[in-house]
Design a protein around this ligand. Sequence first.
Ligand code: GLU
Length: 424
Amino acid sequence: MSAAKAEKHSVYQNVIRQFNNAADIMKLDPDVRSILSKTTNEIIVNFPVKMDDGRVEMFTGYRVQHNNALGPYKGGLRFHPNVNIDEVRALATWMTWKSAIADIPYGGAKGGIQIDPSKYSQAELERISRRFAYALGSNIGPEYDIPAPDVNTNGQIMAWILDTFQSTVPPQMRHASVHVVTGKPIEAGGSVGRNKATGQGVCFCIEQWAKDHNFDLSKATFIVQGYGNVGSWSAKLVARHGAKLIAVQDHTGTIYSKNGIDAEKLADYVAEKRGVAGFPGTEKIDDKDFLSIEADIFIPAALEGQLTEETTGKLKVKLVAEGANGPTDVNGDKILKEKGIDLIPDVLCNSGGVIVSYFEWLQNKRSEFWDLEEVDSKLYKKIIAGYQRVKAAAEKYNVDWRTAAYIVALARLEIVFKERGIFP
Ligand code: GLU
């Protein structure tokens, strides 16, 4: 790293820098480059919701549709105070790359509401979710743009969105629109295996990395940041190989135990207490010491911008497996490379969620129900095929895995644009 402080960039500027770097290396067609460097549609809705005490509060919701050359727009909705147009643009763009790498027929989108959901009652959250879905109206649709869960959203919220959407279409169209959202509860048309899918995908990628490096996972230690759906499932599944979870950080603090933390029990604890702080049998350590813990694997599964110029140098791990979207910025990537730390980038590593969303969507369209074995084995095939494509690109172009993942995505999109041409 040069002595001069690297410039700070917004999340979306980071995506564009990652994109331009890969586009230069693979010599992406300039017309395709200019198309993909912009989002297609950016929808911002302000909508009123009645609170439990009778007051009306205004909310701002976003849906950014980056590109749909490969299929309908697809991507999650997050409820978080940090949600803003720049972040949603970045997340939507990553979804385009993610679907392209996974080789599923989707484009990229993302959305959300700028709120802290912990400040609202369940009844208020229901009205907020429904009113947001209503405000989005025909900007979403089962063959057009298909939301899913993301940070602080879940199957229940998808069920409310589904019900609201179905209530706005003619009765004859209701059942034909059950695939307007994915990540639904099973009873409302969801798929088995979707809830754990992102963590399962992270685990499959880590297994493959271990195989490739002759690394014994049963003797591994790992640390996890964020213990929501992705962090907890990744931890539980990696721990089933015998690997030892030694530290976890979330918004409530950092817990550590050199003897290992029970990933299953911690998940139950977090479901009840809403955070990892105070988990019995662990010691509380300072948040800023978390990244310097010596372990084999680090799974960031929280928000963007965790591994930066300031923080990445602290890492003492062999592998970063990105469960979160965008945890590492461009400066962080440089340091990972310098330190020789392997990286399984977000657009590959966390693609299990959208891959099983695709399976849910297919099951809905065909009125089928697959069993867990079928879902898991199809997920394994898809994500490992993506892993092998990224690995091959990294070798062919002699680049880091993030750049390789971008190259795989851009190469696929370039072919489609060239074949179809530009209207008119
Ligand atoms: N929110 C998840 C992601 O970032 C899942 C998206 C989906 O299933 O559409 O990949």
